[in-house]
Write a protein that binds this ligand. Structure first.
Ligand SMILES: Cc1cc2nc3c(=O)[nH]c(=O)nc-3n(C[C@H](O)[C@H](O)[C@H](O)COP(=O)(O)OP(=O)(O)OC[C@H]3O[C@@H](n4cnc5c(N)ncnc54)[C@H](O)[C@@H]3O)c2cc1C
Length: 380
């Protein structure tokens, strides 16, 4: 049985970013690293969007970047420049190809393709059991998400951001390639929080995603009908071809995933609670968390001390409590926010970088009654 200094379970966004950060830093050059994934990461299984000020470390991999965003609510719409931010899009396959090639050059990294079935902490080492073998490590970083932990509790509601997307090529030029539709809530809500993402690459090509923040996923045909209706009602009923598809669910919850960490096993990525509970955005936050984690490791601080709860966790908790109980309210909450406040302030708030004064500006733009009721329900 081989022993490693670090074992990283999962070569997805968090696993590869962590492996890259460790192998790019001389401080860890003597450490042996095992990366284990059930998949070889050769398909374009997702696209990541995020916003960022100015230039960033993923720019050379971007598929597209937009200087403007569009938002539609019930009875109003707004297009705005988000300078100094850009809304950026990265294809999963470009990310995997780049980081796999880069990390594989390091002789201290071992790759194993296998499905992990158990991770245990013993007195001496952590033990990772996979279908075809056992491995021991001093420290394990685990991005394998265990849904059961979240499902088996009731204190923190669990919603999903669930969506199906079509990459389309249209007959008529119907898109503005300078503008990404961040959320279009003008579609029928059907008692839920439902919106469209529209990410145009040219006047005739875009990714359209029919998206919900709700408890239960839909039949595939319902997302597809939603996209078809959107093209009919909002994009001049143009003819189109579907060139590719993507589908996903991202857990939205304030469940304290970090409660499963110890000084030897740490959960990373979505499994570590790195997805923003109120939006599902995870990618850029993961990049920030990885940088902080590497500094933490260099200072030899206990892994169990990595997490701190902040005020944004509490804001997200109230929003999720509201949407869990009254799922249709998403349209009016996000709508009021975008109607009354500028997009840059909202993006800064979602990035968890606003001051208390700026938080109050966002909070005061939202409908008050649902938040006051949610606050009372939480405390009493
Ligand atoms: C289709 C889709 C689109 C998304 N779009 C965005 C977006 O635009 N912006 C954004 O911020 N977030 C987005 N997300 C959310 C989030 O950024 C991604 O899910 C991101 O990949 C999460 O990173 P991760 O490392 O936690 O998980 P993953 O990237 O999913 O990595 C986990 C890895 O673990 C491996 N694995 C799982 N179980 C085992 C096991 N038992 N044994 C071995 N290996 C295992 C998997 O094969 C995978 O490679 C999207 C998610 C999906 C699904």
């Amino acid at each position: 049985m081989s022993n490693f200094d670090f074992i990283i379970i999962g070569a997805g966004a968090s696993g590869l970013l962590l492996a890259d950060a460790l192998t790019s830093d001389d401080f860890f050059s003597s450490k042996s690293i095992l990366i284990i994934d059930r998949d070889d990461k050769t398909t374009n299984d997702r696209t990541w969007c995020f916003w960022e000020k100015g230039e960033g470390k993923f720019d050379h991999l971007l598929h597209k970047s937009w200087p403007n965003i569009h938002f539609s609510g019930s009875g109003f719409e707004r297009s705005a420049s988000i300078a100094p931010y850009h809304y950026k899009m990265l294809k999963g396959i470009d990310f995997y190809d780049h980081y796999l090639e880069k990390i594989k050059k390091h002789p201290n990294v071992t790759w194993v393709k296998d499905r992990v079935t158990l991770v245990e902490e013993t007195d001496q080492k952590d033990l990772v059991t996979a279908q075809n073998g056992f491995f021991t490590g001093d420290t394990v970083f685990n991005s394998w998400l265990n849904h059961q932990n979240v499902l088996s509790q009731k204190k923190y509601p669990l919603l999903q951001q669930h969506f199906l997307g079509w990459f389309v090529k249209t007959e008529k030029p119907v898109f503005n390639p300078e503008e990404a539709t961040f959320m279009d809530f003008s579609i029928p809500q059907k008692g839920n929080t439902r919106f469209m993402y529209v990410l145009p690459f040219s006047e005739r090509e875009a990714l359209l995603e029919y998206t919900l923040f709700s408890e239960n996923t839909l039949e595939k045909s319902e997302y597809e009908d939603g996209i078809r209706d959107y093209i009919k009602n909002n994009l001049g009923n143009t003819a189109f071809d579907i060139t590719a598809t993507e589908q996903g669910t991202i857990p939205m919850t304030c469940y304290p995933f970090y409660g499963h960490n110890s000084d030897k096993i740490m959960h990373i990525g979505i499994a570590g609670g790195w997805a923003k509970p109120s939006t599902g955005f995870t990618f850029y936050n993961t990049s920030k968390k990885v940088s902080a984690l590497v500094e933490h490791l260099k200072q030899d601080r206990p892994l169990s001390k990595f997490y701190k709860r902040n005020k944004f966790w509490f804001y997200d908790l109230l929003l999720l409590d509201i949407l869990h109980k009254h799922n249709h309210l998403g349209q009016s909450i996000f709508g009021s926010m975008f109607k009354k406040r500028n997009a840059q302030l909202i993006l800064k708030f979602l990035d968890e970088e606003t001051s208390l004064w700026e938080d109050l500006q966002i909070i005061s733009a939202c409908p008050k009654i649902p938040f006051i009721k949610a606050l009372f329900r939480r405390f009493f």
